[in-house]
Design a protein around this ligand. Structure first.
Ligand code: FES
Length: 177
């Protein structure tokens, strides 16, 4: 190998090293969202909303879900993610609390409490539900979506809810991926 070939080989080798030094961190950055389980883990998590003692039996109360929102590369800390209705059941009932998503199964508007406090309504297209989430007219395609609930081990247990979204307009409660 003559001197010129040696320099050429050296230049080629150093150039390769520089490209690798740039490419490896760049690839790691781009692939991070695919490797990260944070978003899915958060979606699977139960969120503590209120001590059980603060809920009145049979009286629905709404709670907002606030969580860090993560899209592919950006984390938006503490943004509203949705809302739920909690209804405490009579003593001894199982479960002790029923949780409904406040997202209307028709097209996703927010479900409110009617003025009489005896049923839920959605103002967008007049869906109505009783306090068990059963449809009271033909507008909603299914009952209000029930969410999983658990109670903490505290003396005054905290009501914890697994907040999820479901497909609108479907007759079944189908979780969104
Ligand atoms: S979105 Fe609720 S009635 Fe249409």
């Amino acid at each position: 190998m003559n001197r010129r070939d040696f320099h050429r080989l050296g230049t080629w080798f150093l150039g390769g090293l520089v490209k690798l030094a740039v490419a490896v961190p760049a690839a790691a950055f781009l692939l991070t969202p695919l490797r990260k389980k944070g978003g899915a883990a958060e979606a699977d998590a139960f969120e503590g909303l209120v001590p059980l003692s603060q809920l009145k039996v049979g009286v629905p109360q709404a709670f907002g879900i606030v969580r860090d929102q993560v899209d592919a590369w950006v984390k938006y800390p503490k943004e509203p993610a949705g809302a739920v209705w909690l209804v405490r059941q009579p003593e001894g009932a199982e479960p002790a609390v029923v949780a409904y998503s406040a997202e209307c199964p028709h097209l996703g508007c927010a479900i409110n409490m009617a003025d009489d406090g005896k049923h839920f309504i959605c103002p967008c297209h007049t869906s109505a539900f009783d306090l068990e989430g059963t449809p009271q007219n033909q507008v909603p395609p299914r009952p209000m979506d029930r969410l999983k609930v658990e109670l903490s081990d505290d003396a005054d247990p905290v009501v914890r809810v697994k907040f999820e979204r479901f497909r609108t307009l479907a007759e079944e409660q189908i979780p969104l991926a």
